[in-house]
Design a protein around this ligand. Structure first.
Ligand SMILES: CC(C)(COP(=O)(O)OP(=O)(O)OC[C@H]1O[C@@H](n2cnc3c(N)ncnc32)[C@H](O)[C@@H]1OP(=O)(O)O)[C@@H](O)C(=O)NCCC(=O)NCCS
Length: 417
């Protein structure tokens, strides 16, 4: 059971952190939010809709925001969201979602992020979150804090006018064109089924559905209101955009619980005759190219880290997921910044792991950020061994680790936060 954070504990924790000169840390108060919104807009380049902000704020636990102040000015902030993450095998872990990380351009590179993060991660431990996750604006910031990229988002673009279905693919059907707001329960049910089986899936609280379906003009980025295609086991939400080259479809959410639902939804999307291109964010193993007579019509336009994970409670988190192969070894996990990690015996039998502290000499050594990267099965231990970021002298053991950590369902980020 997670512990609620108490004011006196929080103050004690924050007091103990070395701070840049002239800076104090404290929790956010209700009247801080307008200044926080301005700081975020300055750092990220655009203002968030106040109602959208209220939605995200409602997902933050009490004492979930740390501010860095210079006198009365708020010059830094970071925030926790109370999330629930699906791991391979379907268990869901309470997860600290770290977001709204910003330091004013007047106060950068003096150690304010490090100070706020030290406080925030003490709170994460105090509140007994076993794992923390974030999305990184730049891939060079968070490795030092024990976070590793754990899912990859691949953006595909399809020249719809040239895309033909492969002749062996059967026609499925069963798709309706609907108003998404009128089918909220159906969409939420499909999403719930999908996120419970997908590593990286996140529980979506009702207020986040309200936010998506409010379909605010500020969320459209010049595109149309949301369109929705609905199947019993899947849905697509998309916007259209006008460009000189013709109309394009931007898929904002593609969720399919079954292979047939995925097929039926793609057949419908590819039937949007007057649309020139379709773009979609997906995982690297998406079978979409095999659906097409010419698989080159599904072009990868980008491939980027999405969810980053920091494993806070190593034994608990390693025991929480299921595995695809037996392994027995001793691992040593380093965590230079926040002194997590440790040395553990890891015994995996019949898909289930036991992980206990050990004094034996380790066969595998790796940084906590690397453990975060391999945890959901999106990256192989041997890929890190190849660049000397995971150390293991036994090729057979490395092969077994690759097999053990792989998983049948590809990892995907549930939603951006
Ligand atoms: C990223 C940001 C929060 C860093 O804040 P900061 O107070 O300047 O960071 P710190 O001085 O505490 O730096 C801590 C460490 O991170 C490194 N670091 C900080 N920002 C970095 C960046 N953008 N790229 C690479 N390294 C970075 C520092 O060099 C320092 O390294 P060290 O381990 O060698 O000491 C700040 O630059 C910012 O607000 N950027 C714009 C908004 C943004 O991108 N936020 C992150 C959203 S995910």
């Amino acid at each position: 059971m997670r512990q609620p954070l108490a004011y006196d504990n929080v103050d004690r924790v924050v007091d103990a952190i070395p701070l840049p000169e002239g800076i104090t840390l404290r929790s956010a108060r209700d009247d801080d939010w307008p200044a926080m919104r301005r700081l975020a807009a300055t750092c990220f380049g655009s203002f968030r809709d106040p109602d959208t902000l209220t939605t995200w704020r409602s997902m933050s636990p009490r004492e979930g925001v740390i501010l860095g102040c210079d006198g009365t000015d708020i010059v830094g902030m970071c925030m926790l969201l109370d999330l629930e993450l699906t791991v391979p095998g379907g268990r869901q872990l309470p997860t600290a979602g770290v977001t709204w990380v910003a330091v004013a351009p007047t106060h950068r590179r003096r150690g304010l992020l490090r100070a706020m993060f030290t406080g925030l991660h003490q709170r994460i431990v105090q509140a007994q979150y076993p794992i923390a996750g974030l999305l990184a604006s730049e891939a060079t910031i968070y490795g030092r804090f024990g976070y590793g990229p754990a899912t990859t988002e691949t953006a595909l673009s399809i020249e719809r006018r040239h895309a033909r279905l492969h002749p062996e693919v059967p026609t499925i059907g069963g798709v309706r064109v609907v108003d998404p707001a009128e089918h909220r329960d159906h969409l939420a049910d499909i999403w719930e089924r999908w996120r419970r089986r997908t590593p990286g899936g996140l529980r979506t609280p009702p207020q986040l559905w309200d936010e998506v379906l409010a379909d605010r003009a500020s969320a459209r980025h010049g595109g149309s209101p949301l369109f929705c295609l609905l199947h019993d086991d899947g849905f697509v939400m998309y916007r259209t955009h006008d460009a000189e080259a013709g109309k394009s479809v931007e898929v904002t959410k593609f969720t399919a619980v079954t292979g047939d639902a995925r097929l039926a939804l793609w057949q419908t999307l590819l039937g949007l005759d007057l649309m020139h291109t379709i773009t979609v964010g997906t995982h690297p193993a998406d079978p979409l190219p095999h659906l097409l007579a010419d698989p080159r019509q599904a072009c990868t336009v980008s491939s980027e880290d999405a969810l980053w994970l920091r494993i806070v409670d190593v034994p608990m988190v390693l025991a929480a997921r299921r595995y695809s192969h037996d392994v027995s070894t001793v691992i040593e996990v380093s965590d230079a910044e926040f002194h997590g990690g440790g040395r553990y015996a890891l015994i995996i039998r019949d898909g289930q792991a036991r992980c206990v502290p050990s004094d034996e000499s380790p066969e595998v050594r790796l940084d906590l950020s690397v453990l975060g990267s391999i945890y959901l099965g999106a990256h192989r231990p041997s890929a890190f061994a190849a660049v000397h970021r995971l150390h293991c002298d036994k090729p057979d053991l490395l092969r077994h680790l690759d097999l053990a950590f792989s998983w049948e369902a590809p990892a995907e980020l549930g939603f951006g936060f």
